[in-house]
Ligand binder design. Structure first.
Ligand SMILES: Cc1cc2nc3c(=O)[nH]c(=O)nc-3n(C[C@H](O)[C@H](O)[C@H](O)COP(=O)(O)OP(=O)(O)OC[C@H]3O[C@@H](n4cnc5c(N)ncnc54)[C@H](O)[C@@H]3O)c2cc1C
Length: 417
């Protein structure tokens, strides 16, 4: 059956047969860097393993509700038409917008902020204010500094008390970035530029102390039981979200390895393994703040109640990176909240792989294991502004992952840890 490749499928590596092309990293000061010097290894056929041996081993995840350290809830700043990146004159100020990145704010930050920095510098000003100290504000500030500007960040909250600090921390550049019917050719061009620029920048942040950015293996696990026919859900009758990765940046994702039931540690299930990039948000956000201050940046705690308050700033050019806060600050009702909840568990440094199983995503963050129930579709949590933690949902997410470790498989995960 010919169907479009969904984002969740894409993350699992389904349909990436053509994704082995080398990636040219373009103009790093006129150089071109090839980060994929050889085609990825072909999928490992199950028969390649010696009888009775598992193709790989994984350490046990202690997925137990009594190990919860925090349940955090946050709203993604979703705009059906995609992030706002235009430039607006407000009184005596030029305001460069850089907000509304849905579930992709960290992933697209460097690319989106490159556009914002270019727009801000095009005014000719070299003293620039950035409003907001989340993923978009920090990257805007750093990029402006690198171009020679003097930057002050004004924000009512700083990491770890910003919404960006409550993200899962994976490379997800098209997660709830816009609706499919709004992904015009012009938008796709900008999105691809942002995604590739960000990906390129993230490669320069690998291998640093504290591992702010790293690659991990991710296992996408299915039970292989045929789904019972059911009527389309309410979400499936709504306009779909855009899926852009497969179409526009498929070459950035390695092809998956596939493992048949019984040849891996997860019992009689099918497993696809791929690699993806993740962000250890505590270490990463700290690094961004430290880099900004070390380059002479200033941070001032300040809350703006309306755009009229911008007049109090001495800078004439402002980058507005207020994220979900732009909804109240500018009265921008085009921002829809999309609720997302994470259950954080005590870190396990030996666990260095991610999982996706029965609508639960697991990310092995070094600042705490992260479990998230992601629902049936990207409409899960849509237009839900509530930030009250839901303990039942948190336990469901944890117990779902725990199922993978209660298996009779001869290759069941190492129970000693
Ligand atoms: C559960 C969840 C998981 C997510 N996972 C991922 C992921 O894995 N990968 C990914 O790329 N993205 C993810 N996201 C999305 C990502 O978190 C957001 O897109 C991103 O945080 C937006 O960053 P921002 O800088 O625009 O906004 P924010 O982090 O909200 O920062 C806004 C800044 O503006 C300031 N501010 C706001 N209003 C005012 C005001 N009136 N006056 C003064 N200051 C103000 C705030 O104090 C803050 O400093 C996730 C989101 C959620 C909710």
């Amino acid at each position: 059956m010919n169907r479009s490749l969904g984002r969740r499928d894409f993350l699992s590596g389904v349909g990436l047969a053509g994704a082995g092309a080398a990636l040219s990293l373009g103009a790093l000061e006129g150089c071109s860097v090839d980060v994929r010097t050889k085609a990825p290894a072909p999928p490992v056929p199950a028969s390649a393993q010696a009888p009775g041996t598992a193709a790989f081993q994984v350490p046990l995840i202690r997925a137990r509700p009594d190990r919860i350290t925090a349940i955090t809830v946050c709203t993604r700043p979703f705009r059906a038409q995609g992030p706002r990146l235009d430039v607006e004159r407000m009184g005596s100020k030029t305001v460069v917008h850089n907000y509304g990145h849905g579930g992709s704010g960290w992933s697209l930050s460097w690319g989106s902020s490159t556009i914002a920095a270019e727009n801000a510098l095009a005014t000719g000003e070299r003293n620039i204010a950035v409003i907001g100290c989340g993923a978009l504000g920090l990257t805007s500030g750093l990029l402006l500094q690198r171009a020679g500007a003097h930057v002050t960040i004004y924000a009512k909250d700083l990491p770890p008390n910003v919404r960006s600090s409550l993200a899962s921390g994976v490379w997800s550049p098209d997660s709830r970035i816009c609706l499919q019917d709004q992904a015009t050719p012009a938008f796709k061009q900008i999105w691809e530029r942002m995604a590739r620029q960000s990906f390129r920048t993230y490669q320069t942040l690998l291998g640093l102390p504290g591992s702010p950015v790293e690659f991990i293996d991710n296992y996408f696990i299915t039970n292989d039981t045929p789904a019972a026919p059911r009527p389309p859900s309410a979400a499936e009758q709504r306009p779909p979200f855009a899926d852009l990765q497969g179409e526009l940046i498929g070459d950035l994702v390695p092809r998956p390895d596939r493992f048949a039931p019984g040849t891996h540690p997860f019992g009689q299930r099918s497993v696809r393994r791929t690699s993806f990039m993740m962000f250890n948000i505590s270490a990463y956000a700290r690094m961004l703040v430290a880099d900004f201050l070390a380059s002479g940046g200033r941070i001032e705690i300040r809350e703006f109640h309306s755009p009229a308050d911008f007049a109090q700033l001495r800078e004439k050019t402002l980058v507005n990176a207020t994220g979900y806060g732009a909804r109240a600050l500018l009265g921008d009702q085009s921002i829809t909240p999309v609720r997302g909840q994470l259950a954080h568990l005590i870190p396990q440094p030996e666990v260095h792989y991610g999982l996706y199983y029965r609508r639960v995503s697991f990310v092995p963050r070094r600042d705490g294991l992260v479990f998230q129930f992601v629902g049936d579709s990207d409409y899960y949590g849509f237009d839900d502004e509530s930030t009250t933690p839901d303990r039942t949902e948190a336990e469901l997410a944890i117990n779902t992952i725990a199922e993978l470790f209660n298996t009779d498989s001869p290759h069941s995960p190492d129970q000693r840890s």
